[in-house]
Design a protein around this ligand. Structure first.
Ligand code: 5AD
Ligand code: SF4
Length: 442
């Protein structure tokens, strides 16, 4: 009796946490369809890239990958492009990389099983690109989560903000929220499976609107934090425009909500914020920061910053630098502005030379590093609860993460062997700009 050949796939993921979580759902869906995931391109019958197009560099990566492996197509391998580059470039990908036989945007993943059947039937131009206006989110019962203790839950997809530099509203479509009941059902299910940390995901989590009208975002946060077994809840990303005080009240009231907020400012200059269509001024942003500083808990704040936006003067850049001093961030992700197709800013003259953008970025990052070198020291002597994430055998050190999302490496006596995923108290003895070190406190 001959059996059908085994169906295998390789999947590589680029980009943000939304993409990482989409990939977990894609893997779950493919496995449910009888595919087996393999760790190398060489072993796979189907090669998938889940792509990012937020900056040009990210987009180019996938075309380099495709080029590296194009000769393998002759061995009968099939290639598929998923995610944001797929949505942005659409069928043009078939012209640019003719060996690709599937192009599928993130709003169309629910059609993957049908698309796989078409690929298997030999169709070489299978597309899923038309669903961005759908009201449904990609909910699947087959999510293959990669970490057994901490997991993502999508609460809202898409974005309606249309910042002038950003592709997301075009690649991920309009905002669609899931009902709070379905989010809570997933949280309970994860708690039953032993997960203790949940990260609520959305391009814009605080624009969340329960389609059933039952809970606000802050109420949903609190409800997830109260699910028995859940010890930590994080959420990302928040937009300053929709960031209400009720979120801070929830963090103060519910101890399982982590004391960390990622609130991207993008620029410290109101003039540039205007050109970016960010819908808030520097002062309005700082008002939200003052709410967080007035909280009972010590809330850690992180941000994203773009340098070299068209028209950004030395003075505008100086405003961004002074904002770092005023806020006292615990971390920033800095980026050089990258013009993106379809976005309104593409029409602006991108007059700042690449070298000048690079200079500003380096300056920004060095300044932030200096600030963190000092601010992380406040933890010395504190005992912080960490979730244990791993062990560095060579250094005989465990790695943990604090509620504020800081890395805390620690030593422990020979006979104490903290398990991955457990929560232990650690006394901080040393501070670095990006991490802390200490010893198990027992
Ligand atoms: N150029 C540079 N950085 C960008 N980001 C988004 N779009 C661009 C762009 N065109 C940054 C923003 C956002 C983060 C995810 O990526 O800072 O918050
Ligand atoms: Fe990249 Fe944005 Fe798409 Fe995430 S949503 S993968 S950051 S383009």
């Amino acid at each position: 009796m001959s059996s059908a050949p085994e169906k295998t796939f390789y999947l590589e993921t680029f980009g943000c946490q939304m993409n990482a979580h989409d990939s977990e759902k894609v893997v779950g869906t493919l496995v449910a369809e009888g595919y087996r995931q393999v760790p190398t391109v060489e072993e796979a019958g189907l090669v998938l890239y889940n792509t990012c197009s937020i900056r040009d560099k990210a987009e180019q990566k996938v075309f380099h990958r495709l080029n590296d492996y194009k000769k393998l197509q002759k061995q009968g391998k099939k290639f598929g492009v998923l995610g944001c580059v797929a949505q942005q470039e659409g069928e043009k990908i078939f012209e640019r990389a003719p060996y690709v036989s599937m192009v599928c945007g993130s709003a169309s993943y629910r059609n993957l099983p049908a698309m796989l059947v078409q690929i298997e039937a030999g169709n070489t131009r299978v597309t899923g690109l038309d669903d961005r206006e759908t009201d449904e989110c990609f909910e699947t019962e087959f999510t293959a989560r990669t970490n057994p203790h901490r997991g993502y839950i999508t609460i809202i997809e898409g974005c309606d903000k249309f910042c002038s530099y950003c592709v997301v509203p075009y690649t991920r479509g309009k905002e669609r929220s899931r009902t709070s009941e379905s989010v809570l059902a997933e949280a309970r299910q994860m708690a039953d499976l032993g997960y203790t940390e949940i990260q609520l995901l959305g391009q814009n989590v605080n624009s969340y609107r329960d389609p059933a009208g039952k809970r606000s975002f802050a109420e949903l946060l609190a409800a997830v934090g109260e699910v028995p077994g859940i010890r930590r809840v994080r959420f990302t990303t928040s937009h300053p425009r929709d960031f209400g005080r009720d979120i801070i009240h929830a963090i103060d009231a519910v101890p399982t909500l982590c004391d960390h907020v990622h609130l991207p400012v993008q620029s410290g200059s109101t003039r540039v914020l205007n050109a970016m269509q960010r819908l808030y001024t520097r002062d309005q942003y700082l008002e939200r920061i003052s709410w967080m500083k007035a909280a009972k808990r010590d809330i850690s704040i992180t941000s994203d910053i773009i340098v070299g936006f068209p028209g950004e003067t030395e003075e505008d850049f100086a405003d961004t630098l002074s904002l770092l001093d005023e806020v006292g961030y615990d971390g920033i992700f800095g980026f050089k502005y990258s013009p993106r197709p379809n976005t309104p800013a593409i029409g602006l003259v991108d007059a700042i030379p690449e070298e000048e953008k690079a200079r500003r970025l380096t300056f920004l990052q060095e300044k932030q590093r200096e600030l963190q070198r000092i601010s992380y020291r406040k933890h010395i002597g504190q005992v912080l609860q960490v979730m244990v994430e791993g062990k560095n055998e060579a250094r005989k050190q465990w790695a943990g993460r604090t509620s504020q999302n800081k890395i805390l490496n620690f030593t422990a006596p020979e006979d104490a062997s903290p398990e991955h995923g457990s929560y232990v108290p650690v006394r901080v003895t040393v501070a670095f700009p990006n991490s802390l070190a200490g010893e198990l406190a027992v």
